[in-house]
Ligand binder design. Structure first.
Ligand code: SR1
Ligand code: MG
Length: 409
């Protein structure tokens, strides 16, 4: 732990706000009604402060270690800089879809952002059986805007180089390289599954096609610096809100981009696809087939919105002399195929690896067994040659495996 690291505490928050003018104008630090630490992710402290007039503010502090495991797994708190930089860039591109950052304290690795406590973490909402129509499309639009707007197609050469340089994020990338690409098939001592799923995990590790595919995916992740990707765009990195009594999202906000770096665009797409499959695995396990099908339908919803947003921005590309429409079509086709690969990586890591998801983990063991088996089978099928590489074919393929393997309740 760095010697000069000081933890932010619930007691300190009002004083911290009062001491920073950019915050003091957003929250009445003399009349604070409540401060709560609400961080439920794997990494950070998150405080929500409210004043007596109902205004709120969120303060987030990056810990010098992985919260999920404790001090035994150190991690640079400098990650807050990557989060602030990327959120600021994203907010400039798509302000309606990204949480707004108001303040950054580089020394203490604290930043302040808008209070989204009238939203729910999307994973929580999905697990509660709620629908937020339009959220999947919103995330597709976000990915498309970022894929184009932070790339060499949109940025002048110097600005592009500066953006790449300031987003070199090796420590966080290494976590992804290990946990997402290597460890699902090469256990580094952090994996775990139910005893009943041990043969499934062993079969995954022994599947040469899968392991080779993960090797290729890891290579792409480490070399394809296409855009300032989010890097951890699962359903826990999205907040959603719907008016009371409505199933249509009126606000969708991307958060938690500390893993951002210049990487492959399809990594973010694949992350969303994988998490829709995990949500569907839960619904199938619970016997709610209609809901599972709705969740699998989110795959195509995100893809379509991504593609539409990218195509909408394409006319703004800098060098249309050589970046003709053939380049656009090749990009789209490549990303669609790569999304299968990255989704397979993301599905498998959430079943066997160190950081699991509530969608599957909170199922009773007898149902979890089949859900986990189905997700691993889906991941293994997704890396195999498929004639039809569409998003619809991806969700159909995964759905078949989830249904084939589900266990009776
Ligand atoms: C050690 S960090 C574990 C996971 O939490 C984050 O949300 C990322 O997904 C990371 O892989
Ligand atoms: Mg996170």
């Amino acid at each position: 732990m760095p010697a000069d690291y000081t933890f932010l505490t619930v007691e300190e928050v009002p004083h911290y706000v009062a001491a920073h003018p950019a915050l003091a104008s957003r929250l009445d630090a003399d009349h604070v009604a409540s401060v709560e630490e609400v961080g439920d992710g794997n990494l950070n402290l998150v405080f929500i402060a409210k004043d007596v007039s109902g205004r709120g503010l969120v303060l987030k502090q990056a810990l010098p270690y992985v919260r999920m495991t404790g001090e035994g797994w150190p991690m640079t708190p400098e990650r807050s800089r990557f989060e602030v930089q990327s959120l600021t860039t994203y907010h400039a591109l798509v302000p309606d879809l990204v949480v707004e950052v108001f303040h950054y304290d580089e020394k203490r690795h604290i930043f302040a952002m808008a209070d989204l406590s009238d939203h729910l973490v999307w994973r929580t909402a999905l697990n509660l059986g709620q629908t937020h129509e339009g959220a999947a499309a919103a995330i597709g639009r976000f990915i498309g805007a970022v894929a184009f707007g932070t790339s060499h197609f949109a940025l002048e050469r110097r600005a592009y180089a500066d953006a790449q340089a300031s987003a070199i994020n090796p420590e966080l990338c290494k976590i992804t390289e290990d946990l997402v690409f290597t460890e699902p098939s090469v256990d580094a001592g952090r994996n775990s599954v139910l005893p009943a799923n041990e043969p499934d995990a062993a079969a995954l590790a022994a599947d040469d096609t899968f392991v080779d595919a993960m090797g290729w995916a890891k290579h792409l992740f480490m070399t394809a610096g296409e855009a300032l990707i989010h890097g951890d765009l699962h359903t826990g990195s999205v907040m959603v809100r719907a008016p009371r009594g409505s199933s249509v999202a009126d606000s969708v906000k991307v958060i938690d981009s500390e893993f951002a770096f210049y990487g492959p665009v399809a990594f973010d797409i694949g992350a969303t696809w994988a998490n829709y499959v995990l949500a569907a695995a839960r619904a199938y396990a619970q016997g709610d087939d209609a809901r599972a099908e709705w969740e699998l339908g989110l795959v195509d919803e995100t893809w379509r919105a991504f593609e539409a947003e990218y195509r909408r921005r394409w006319p703004q590309r800098l060098d249309a002399r050589v970046w003709r429409d053939a380049t656009l079509e090749r990009l789209i086709a490549t990303w669609r195929e790569q999304s299968w690969l990255f989704a397979a990586a993301k599905m498998s890591r959430r079943i066997v690896g160190a950081a699991k998801v509530k969608d599957v983990e909170t199922l009773p063991e007898n149902l979890r067994e089949g859900a986990a088996r189905g997700v691993l089978a889906a991941a293994r099928r997704a890396v195999r040659v498929h004639e039809d590489s569409s998003a619809v074919a991806f969700s159909r393929t995964c759905g078949e495996e989830l249904l084939r393997h589900r266990t009776a309740g």
